[in-house]
Design a protein around this ligand. Structure first.
Ligand code: TRP
Length: 331
């Protein structure tokens, strides 16, 4: 089934409730890519422990994330979905790749600088985060990685690590290419920064219409439109741009016209968004409820995914050990 197809690898952190930024920006694209590529998708729990987190919540977050991804339409028969820590080769390869990664490159990573500015003590895991990411990708000899802008630098470093390792131990790892176009940047309720849990500006994916409405009503619209009878400008309104994902062309054209002539107020425009969003998300929520009622099904999918992933990963790691002059001992 997978022969001749290029391989895609991508990872997602189990760091919070799924929101429509994840859905529109990443997961919808994950689903679409399974049509064309041999896709390996990973819930990266080992990455998630590099920042402060609650250990007693981690398993639930992983499980919920798997539910969200599956409910969004990812078919586990048509890709490999697994949890990073279930395949110990990730951590093992990371250690080996550390030995060809220049410290200077790691300390120059924008995300490292951002994150380390927000914690009291900078742990080495935060610094080595991109090496684990490189191990994720290289372990599957993946040649395509769907990335948003914020991960482009990490992917560039992955390529450099592959080059350096190949230079030292012989040509083996392909240099993975970015698959651009998928990683759309979805703005949050503030209409200014990327939708993200840390910005506290998210619209949850698994919310009913009432809940959707209660968050969407707080969304920032065209700042120049102060009163109900001021004409608005949909071109600069984040609520209008969200309509772009959930509302028919016809209805959008109507709203566009009404907004410019103050024929519709922001409240009604938001109500329509909440209703259209609820309609698109309803089947996802139904599937999520179904999976939530059958946790063993989710565990089975992840278990099978890990088994398939491990079959690939252990071959790669065997080759790496051999080329590095190490011996792999039977466990
Ligand atoms: N660092 C990525 C993020 O925060 C997640 C990730 C981990 C990843 N390993 C990966 C993404 C490998 C792509 C490929 O979004």
């Amino acid at each position: 089934m997978t022969q001749g197809k290029s391989r895609v690898f991508s990872g997602i952190q189990p760091s919070g409730e799924l929101h429509i930024g994840n859905y529109l920006g990443a997961i919808k694209n994950w689903v679409a890519l399974t049509e064309t590529y041999d896709c390996v998708y990973c819930i990266v729990d080992l990455h998630a422990v590099t920042i402060p987190y609650e250990p007693s919540e981690l398993q639930r977050r992983i499980h919920d994330l798997a539910i969200g991804v599956l409910a969004s339409g990812l078919d586990p028969e048509r890709c490999t979905l697994f949890v990073q820590s279930a395949v110990p080769e990730h951590a093992e390869l990371q250690w080996l790749l550390n030995t060809v990664t220049p410290l200077g490159e790691l300390s120059r990573m924008t995300q490292f600088k951002d994150k380390s500015g927000r914690v009291d003590t900078i742990n080495a895991g935060l610094l080595n985060y991109p090496v684990l990411q490189a191990a994720d990708i290289l372990l599957y000899l993946a040649d395509r990685v769907p990335v948003g802008e914020d991960q482009a630098q990490h992917l560039e470093l992955t390529r450099e690590i592959a080059r350096r390792w190949n230079g030292r131990f012989g040509e083996y790892f392909p240099e993975p290419q970015a698959l651009i176009g998928g990683g759309k940047r979805i703005l949050g309720l503030d209409g200014a920064s990327k939708m993200s849990k840390s910005q506290n500006n998210v619209i949850p994916l698994l919310a009913d219409e009432e809940e959707l409405w209660s968050v969407i009503r707080t969304a920032v619209t065209d700042p120049a439109r102060v009163r109900r009878d001021d004409p608005g400008n949909p071109d600069v309104c984040n609520v209008f741009s969200l309509h772009g994902f959930f509302t028919s062309d016809e209805e959008r054209a109507e709203i566009d016209g009404l907004c410019r002539t103050a024929g519709i107020g922001c409240v009604d425009c938001k109500k329509r968004l909440a209703a259209n969003m609820a309609a698109e998300l309803a089947p996802i929520q139904e599937r999520a409820a179904e999976l939530r009622a059958h946790p063993e099904r989710v565990r089975e999918i992840l278990h099978e995914g890990a088994r398939r992933a491990r079959a690939i990963a252990s071959v790669t790691l065997g080759e790496v050990y051999e080329r590095m002059g190490l011996e792999r001992h039977e466990s």
